[in-house]
Design a protein around this ligand. Structure first.
Ligand SMILES: Cc1cc2nc3c(=O)[nH]c(=O)nc-3n(C[C@H](O)[C@H](O)[C@H](O)COP(=O)(O)O)c2cc1C
Length: 168
């Protein structure tokens, strides 16, 4: 699948909006992801408003792309009554990766910005959105049409990481 091999983190975007249809496709791709017991904990906030995106860009020192992106998705997990509560971060990761790959497919660029394991970033988003305790901020994904950087293949295959039958 070509998109897997070309996907790169794109952090700079053209001054051009992302079509509603494309945002819809990104969200549909996310919700097709596998999840533990099919529990689908994901919810999404679509942030296009400049003021909100500026606030999101301050969540961590590494979330600056949110300020310059036409759209940033806030991925949150609804952990109320989950069948398999310990799996929510894995579920969310699968959904997020689907977004990144669909973005490449749609000629967009995107970047994953981690939140869930950063206590101060979690608090920042909780304060910003006033989430109840069962809503867990997971990550931000900024999306737009790539500017200077493009999705392009870089070879990361390392044969020494592959083991046949035994680990030696
Ligand atoms: C869990 C996780 C958290 C990440 N957090 C950030 C982040 O906060 N800001 C950022 O610019 N990139 C972030 N990235 C993107 C990585 O820096 C990037 O995937 C890595 O450098 C490899 O480059 P590539 O995505 O272009 O292949 C994150 C990636 C993952 C998987």
């Amino acid at each position: 699948m070509d998109e897997i091999f070309r996907r790169r983190s794109i952090r700079k975007y053209q001054d051009r909006p992302v079509e509603k249809e494309k945002i819809d496709k990104l969200l549909r791709a996310a919700m097709q992801a596998p999840s533990a017991g099919n529990q689908q904990p994901w919810e999404f906030i679509v942030a296009e408003d400049e003021e909100i995106r500026n606030q999101l860009s301050l969540a961590t020192p590494y979330s600056k792309p949110a300020a310059g992106a036409p759209v940033t998705l806030v991925l949150i997990a609804n952990c109320k009554d989950l069948k398999h509560p310990t799996f929510w971060q894995q579920d969310m990761s699968a959904a997020l990766q689907n977004i990144l790959l669909e973005a490449v497919h749609l000629e967009l660029g995107a970047v994953w910005m981690g939140i869930a394991t950063n206590e101060s970033a979690v608090k920042y988003l909780n304060d910003m959105y006033q989430f109840p305790e069962y809503i867990k901020p997971f990550a931000l994904v900024s999306v737009g049409y790539p500017d200077t950087q493009q999705n392009e293949f870089t070879d990361r295959y390392k044969p020494e990481k592959v083991h046949f039958e035994k680990w030696t």
